[in-house]
Design a protein around this ligand. Structure first.
Ligand SMILES: *Cc1c(COP(=O)(O)O)cnc(C)c1O
Length: 716
């Protein structure tokens, strides 16, 4: 595909110079999070400063010169806002709020879904209809309106387009309307930048959505979420007339934050109820009796307490820069940028011909009336793996590019574009992916190695490729233990030579071979062919109270062990799967003491080893085995793992139980069985006596699954 990727500038040279001066603080930073927050200009801030410096703004509820100055500027700003949207106070009212979200909340709490509360026969509540791609702040309205009796209906993306494209005006608009219904949608999707048709407003008013509701004789109102649209588009309320519009001003011109508006069409302002009243919203209130009269003027009724009057006074300088640039130029500029970026990303390919970018969009970026200035994408490696967004954002930051990552508070659009099932989203949530969280892929192939320790406290068995997981952990991990005639479990702490006893699992043949230096190899069956032992009361060193019932693996192996380890009457016991005493709410464990899985971060090991001086008899190259981890992760920074709360490896979700507390076991060289003072000495020194290294995990699902070497890891 040969496209001309030249960016066509929208602003002329003078404007470009002006903008360079206004945003000189950016230097060589590249800020492309305009949809997240617009940057305020220098002039704007200078003028705000001068204004506050030279004015006496008193509380607008007081009486006096300072107060009337404040009241004046507030009224002027209402007028200014309305004229920005090409309308007047005759048609719309401005209620100042703390932002778009607060505006949405007013509607959720106040919209009257019942046509006539007093009429006994007419108490049917109407519908709350929203589209899948709505912002989280709209989704939050659902629970409020449902509690108030409204029927909540979600329109998926395609269905919404289908319904509005089919719309024939309702044949009998004079029919008595028994309830009020509200349709909410955003003028521009903050995920993909798609612009929804503003014609839907008129169509909804004339009953286009009546086919999705059970009681079609309802009167329709429209709430337009314009928070994402108005920063880069002209909203002309003389053409399109939603009943309610919500905006946040920092999204339009950066400063001030914490102020937004709800625009309400005057002709139906009586559709909003209000229960709470704060200072400034009542004509009279008695403290001895439950009596008050709310103010008649709409905004006076809804602006509880003292409005953010200094912020309101500052708005004018934001509007000044918008009108200087003009909304039309801003709109064309961001579209041109987005178009160039979109087309450039499309042409990027790896050497093997695979695309570098997966774009999520509903348009081809050729038409400004349906596409705004947002480009949403994932980066892909040449082998098809996705690059985690924390890596992207960190790399971008290195090159001074400020991006927005995540789902942009728009779970519906994110789900639709990424084709995620609802189940997958809930699983991700369980694994710790929260809105705005930093859950991410770790780069590279971090599951560097997998180990199991089939016989508790004995040598490791390294997994070649992949391994099954069961309810207790990695299959066969600490499935067996060696006990003495008195029933206590042998551990390396007292019997260092146990590390030389190495089990090898041959799954296909169904056997485990045991090796020990100087001994012939012996094998036992992986099948449960051995007799159940007479309830051996076995006391483990650390979980003393829990009696573990095991299956004795027979006399042959028993004699072999006794000979190898030089202790009489040793028995090999296998965990009994049928009769496991389950602890309350505790994850199933094998003969391990603490948790199902132990994760060791290779980078943390390297860090520690670097600190150990060379002249000790400590062998550095095999030292990772001293920590006896199950899962060795690669590609992270040292001690990253201490920040993790949840991790996901391949398809498996885990909760982090906490760090693993260490003892002198890490002083045993697992390849020789020799004791050294390192690394315990250095660990204690570096961590001020807190001997922690590695983290324990519990798997969140109890299903059969597999873990593969090279599985990607996400963490949060
Ligand atoms: C930003 C945004 C909101 C929420 O605005 P706040 O300023 O966070 O209250 C709602 N809807 C859309 C489409 C947005 O872009």
């Amino acid at each position: 595909m040969i496209e001309t990727l030249e960016f066509t500038p929208v602003y002329d040279d003078i404007t470009t110079k002006f903008l360079q001066n206004e945003f000189a603080r950016l230097k060589d930073e590249c800020y492309v999070d305009h949809a997240g927050a617009t940057l305020y200009s220098d002039t704007q801030i200078r003028k705000v400063g001068a204004d506050l410096h030279g004015s006496l703004y008193a509380n607008p509820h007081s009486i006096g010169i300072g107060s009337s100055m404040t009241q004046d500027i507030i009224e002027r700003m209402r007028y200014r806002i309305l004229s920005h949207f090409n309308t007047t106070p005759d048609e719309y009212s401005v209620i100042f709020t703390s932002g778009a979200t607060a505006s949405l909340k007013i509607i959720a709490e106040g919209f009257r879904f019942k046509a006539n509360e007093n009429n006994e026969t007419n108490r049917h509540a109407g519908n709350f209809v929203y589209v899948q791609d709505n912002h989280t702040s709209v989704l939050g309205m659902r629970d409020v309106v449902a509690a108030r009796g409204a029927e909540v209906i979600c329109l998926d993306h395609n269905r919404a387009f289908h319904i509005f494209s089919q719309h024939a005006i309702s044949p009998n608009p004079d029919e008595r309307q028994n309830s009020n219904s509200l349709f909410v949608y955003s003028a521009q999707c903050n995920f993909s930048g798609m612009k929804y048709p503003l014609e839907w407003i008129g169509d909804a008013h004339t009953g286009a959505l009546s086919i999705v509701v059970s009681e079609p004789s309802t009167r329709w109102y429209v709430l337009l979420d314009a928070a994402g649209f108005v920063p880069t588009n002209n909203l002309d309320l003389s053409i399109f007339k939603p009943d309610f519009v919500c905006v946040s001003f920092y999204k339009m011109f950066g400063y001030p934050t914490g102020i937004g508006a709800l625009l309400v069409k005057n002709s139906n302002s009586d559709i909003l109820d209000k229960i709470y009243y704060g200072g400034g919203t009542v004509d009279v209130a008695l403290s001895s009796e439950m009596f008050h009269k709310k103010r008649q003027v709409l905004h006076q009724r809804f602006e509880d307490g003292t409005v953010s009057f200094l912020s309101i006074a500052s708005l004018q300088y934001g509007f000044e820069i918008l009108s200087k640039l003009t909304m039309d130029q801003i709109s064309r500029h961001v579209f041109s940028l987005a178009q160039t970026l979109h087309h450039s990303l499309l042409t990027l390919h790896h050497c093997n011909g695979k695309p570098v970018v997966k774009l999520y969009s509903d348009s081809d970026y050729e038409n400004r009336s349906t596409q705004g200035g947002i480009v949403t994408f994932n980066l892909i490696r040449s082998n098809g793996e996705y690059v985690g967004y924390m890596e992207v954002v960190n790399m971008a930051a290195l090159f001074k590019i400020h991006l927005r990552t995540g789902c942009f508070c728009n779970p519906g659009a994110c789900q639709r574009h990424l084709s995620l099932s609802t189940k997958a989203i809930l699983q991700n949530y369980e694994a710790g992916y929260t809105c705005g969280g930093t859950a991410d892929l770790i780069n590279g192939k971090p599951t560097g190695a997998l180990f199991i320790y089939p016989i508790k406290s004995c040598g490791a068995y390294e997994i070649i490729d992949s391994w099954n997981l069961n309810a207790k952990g990695l299959e066969y991990d600490r499935e067996w233990m060696i006990i003495t005639s008195s029933g206590t479990c042998l551990t390396q702490k007292h019997h260092v030579n146990l590390c030389l006893l190495k089990p090898i699992i041959f799954k296909k043949q169904g056997i485990m071979k045991l090796t020990y230096p100087g001994m012939p190899t012996i094998q036992i069956s992986l099948e449960n062919i051995y007799e159940k032992s007479k309830e051996h009361p076995i006391c483990q060193s650390r979980v003393c109270e829990s009696k573990v019932q095991g299956i004795d693996c027979g006399s042959e192996v028993s004699e072999w062990l006794s000979l190898a380890l030089g202790k009489p009457n040793l028995r090999l016991i296998r965990q009994n799967h049928e009769k496991q005493k389950k602890g309350l709410n505790k994850a199933d464990l094998s003969f391990s003491n603490q948790a199902q899985y132990l994760v060791i971060n290779e980078a943390s090991v390297s860090w520690l080893i670097d600190k150990i001086s060379d002249d000790t008899d400590f062998k550095k190259d095999t030292s990772i085995h001293r920590f006896r981890g199950n899962i060795i992760v690669k590609g992270c920074n040292a001690f990253d793992e201490l920040q993790w709360e949840y991790i996901r490896i391949g398809n498996n979700n885990f909760k982090v139980n906490g760090p693993c507390t260490r003892c002198q076991m890490i002083c045993i060289d697992q390849t020789t069985g020799k004791k050294t003072i390192e690394p315990l000495r250095t660990l204690a020194e570096k961590f001020h006596g807190k001997l922690r290294f590695g983290i324990y995990l519990t798997r969140l699902e109890n299903t059969q699954d597999v873990l593969k070497i090279g599985d990607q890891i996400w963490y949060s």
